[in-house]
Design a protein around this ligand. Structure first.
Ligand code: ATR
Length: 269
């Protein structure tokens, strides 16, 4: 019988998840459909009930529902509990289980670049995305993570939760040359003309600079990093790997991520 998957969000029409998962389903000869469903916040509970009644096999959750879905789920994986946010739901037995593959997805996209887990990492931002990445870095065995954020208190809180250190933005700008890996997780760069979340004046050439934003492919932050001869990593890898981990949960199959990164890059280019 054909299986049914979906992504729910508001807005949803620009999501690349249906293209990605339907491509993978087709590549593996799996009889399944993956639909984008527009769900307004006030309709989340009813929509989830409807999907359960119809027997959906799994779904992704995007903005603004990642946190509000949490109390509706019977079971959560540890990564979702740590973040108090869910991006993937999977029907296990008769129960819908929530997990969060964003942080692990980012870390997989980083590991492709053969990074050293003892390298000094600077995480810029302390919101939901940074939280997922900080926990995933810790799980993956990164030992030297420092967090900086416009609101320093949030950096301190996240550092306490993940056994990392916290420094102020000014201090991080001064000490930028100490770090081998910079990870930009704030929303700065989504809109054109915004200032950089931190100044890259003191970054060393050869530093790996990653941004979780994938649209635009090159944020002003990555552009500046490139001018400084850094190795740049955009958010396409994170997007594809978070989807790949969800796909693995649903089907038990590891999809072709390299080809998907190429396809998505072409679509956004
Ligand atoms: P998300 O779930 O996408 O991470 P969030 O939880 O709202 O979203 O967090 C947004 C992050 O971007 C925060 O680290 C925020 O900094 P504050 O904690 O100081 O608010 C950061 N951010 C947003 N706009 C910013 C700006 N203009 N300059 C610097 N940091 C900014």
């Amino acid at each position: 019988m054909k299986k049914w998957y979906a992504v729910i969000g508001d807005p949803i029409s620009h999501s690349l998840s249906p293209f990605m998962h339907e491509t993978w389903f087709a590549e593996h000869g799996i009889d399944a459909a993956y639909l984008p469903i527009h769900v307004e916040p006030s309709q989340l509970e009813k929509s989830f009930e409807a999907m359960k009644t119809l027997g959906i096999s799994g779904f992704n959750i995007t903005l603004p529902h990642k946190q509000s879905i949490v109390p509706l789920l019977g079971k959560l994986e540890e990564n979702a509990m740590q973040m108090n946010a869910v991006n993937t739901v999977n029907l296990v037995g008769a129960e819908y289980t929530g997990s969060n593959t964003d942080g692990d997805g980012f870390v997989r996209s980083l590991l492709v670049h053969s990074v050293d887990k003892a390298a000094k990492v600077l995480l810029i931002g302390a919101g939901g995305a940074a939280r997922g990445i900080a926990f995933a870095l810790k799980r993956a065995g990164f030992t030297d993570v420092t967090i900086t954020n416009r609101t320093y208190r949030r950096a301190e809180e996240l550092a306490t939760d993940t056994n990392a250190s916290a420094i102020t933005l000014i201090e991080s700008e001064e000490r930028l040359a100490d770090f081998a890996i910079l990870i930009q997780t704030t929303s700065v760069g989504l809109a054109t003309g915004e200032a950089l979340p931190i100044s890259l004046d003191r970054v060393e050439a050869g530093t790996l600079v990653a941004d979780i934003i994938y649209n635009p492919l090159e944020t002003p932050f990555l552009k500046k990093a490139e001018e400084k001869n850094c190795i740049t990593v955009n958010g396409v890898g994170m997007f594809v790997y978070q989807g790949a981990i969800a796909f693995e949960k649903w089907t038990g199959i590891e999809p072709n991520t390299e080809k998907m990164i190429q396809l998505i890059t072409e679509k956004l280019g």
